[in-house]
Design a protein around this ligand. Structure first.
Ligand code: SAM
Length: 274
């Protein structure tokens, strides 16, 4: 195991020169250079040798270093061949570590106890959606995202950011903020600050029902400024049935999707699948 933390400016600069790599914007490469932040992220997760962990976008190994120290079995996923080759060398003596050179969007994320990552900002939402799709097979998701992305993750009913992402997350588990991270903790320095959040997933998730719920919620937010009647009509292709279902659930037809709580979407999905 490498004998010093990775998240520091000198190490990151020296290593990038050594491996002749430049931080690539196209892959959202902003490397963590504050080890206290890296350590705190990993400390927020309950890890031991029995846990299977997937890290998304390992970069030069800022978080990986602390994950590996925890003795958990760790898969490090990194799209950049230069960086993943370097990770293989850094962790070559650590038998519980596997480096996978692959695009996260083409990777099966199921079966990990913990999924963690300082996410590449250009695909934050697709990655979160992908993790939600496998929530029944995992217990914890810890991610660092640009601060602007967080309201949509933890939005309350009626707020502007309330939508499919926050509804599905509130159905699947409990989300909380772990820490706020200043942009100066990264190299190169991004334009905005970041935030780390954690989702603890429920243990009784039914994947088939979640799939249906996801379809319903996304379908009914298709036109978020339109009424729920119009959206449900668009989703079902049957106006009479849409009106009938809303009446059954005691929902006024002129409500908008952002005004309706999780319980409505769950009941509607149950009715549609009865
Ligand atoms: N974990 C490192 C850290 O904290 O310093 C790097 C974080 S950086 C914000 C995001 C990382 O994700 C980069 O190393 C980038 O190459 C990698 N990445 C970008 N797109 C990816 C993809 N589609 N699949 C897997 N990794 C990706």
């Amino acid at each position: 195991m490498i004998d010093h933390p990775i998240a520091n400016k000198e190490y990151v600069i020296k290593t990038m020169v050594e491996i002749t790599a430049k931080p690539l914007k196209k892959w959202g490469q902003n490397f963590l250079i504050d080890d206290k932040v890296a350590e705190a992220i990993v400390k927020s997760i309950d890890l031991d040798a029995k846990k299977r962990v997937l890290e998304i976008g390992s970069g030069l190994g800022a978080l990986s270093y602390h994950l590996v120290k925890s003795k958990a079995r760790v898969d490090l996923l990194e799209i950049d061949p230069l960086l993943s080759e370097h990770l293989r060398k850094v962790f070559k003596n650590d038998l519980a570590v596997t480096v996978i050179t692959q695009d996260v969007l083409k990777t099966d994320l199921s079966g990990y106890d913990v999924i963690v990552g300082n996410l590449p900002y250009y695909i934050t939402t697709p990655i979160i959606e992908q993790v939600l799709d496998v929530a029944s097979t995992t217990s914890t998701f810890v991610a660092m995202v640009q601060k602007e992305a967080y309201p949509r993750i933890n939005a309350k009913l009626g707020s502007e950011s309330y939508g499919p992402l926050s509804i599905l997350i509130s159905y699947l588990g409990k989300v909380k903020t772990v820490s706020k991270v200043s942009k100066v903790c990264f190299l190169p320095t991004p334009h905005v600050d970041s935030l780390v959040f954690k989702i603890d997933f429920r243990k009784d998730i039914d994947p088939a029902f979640t799939k249906e719920l996801t379809k319903v919620v996304k379908g009914l937010f298709h036109l978020r400024r339109k009424t729920i009647l119009n959206n449900l009509y668009g989703y079902l292709g049957d106006k009479e049935k849409a009106a009938e279902l809303l009446a059954k659930l005691n929902i006024p037809m002129n409500k908008r999707p952002e005004e309706l709580p999780l319980s409505f979407y769950v009941s509607l999905t149950q009715l549609l699948n009865a």
